[in-house]
Design a protein around this ligand. Structure first.
Ligand SMILES: [Zn+2]
Length: 115
């Protein structure tokens, strides 16, 4: 069943055409740890931006492989745009998906700080 997410102020909303995940990724790199991300990854064609395209601002660093998208009003980064070997993907910040209870997810920890 599709699930939805949003930034804090509600300007940016999106729908994922997939079941909500039971697992997620947590990473200790300088970026993920500062923002407290709990992430899942979906093919870009499962992601629909429902509102807020004109409110989104970008942040990029290092190799600029990932476009971190955040709301210019409330500052929340609810998703990012990237590429995998299989094509474009979206990284979804599950902290911005109200119907997902972070405490019930199996968290797969990635040692991004060592990459
Ligand atoms: Zn916002």
């Amino acid at each position: 069943m599709p699930y939805t997410g949003s930034c804090h102020c509600g300007a940016v909303t999106f729908t994922i055409a997939a079941d909500a995940p039971s697992e997620a990724m947590s990473c200790n790199c300088s970026h993920c740890s500062r923002k407290g991300f709990v992430l899942t990854f979906v093919p870009a064609d499962q992601f629909t931006l429902d509102s807020g395209a004109d409110k989104l601002t970008d942040y990029q660093f290092y190799k600029h492989n990932i476009t971190h998208r955040f709301c210019a009003i409330c500052g929340t980064q609810s998703f990012a745009e990237g590429k995998s070997l299989d094509g474009p993907i979206r990284a979804i910040n599950l902290c911005c998906v109200p119907e997902v209870d972070i405490d019930t997810l199996k968290i797969n920890r990635v040692d991004g700080a060592s990459f």
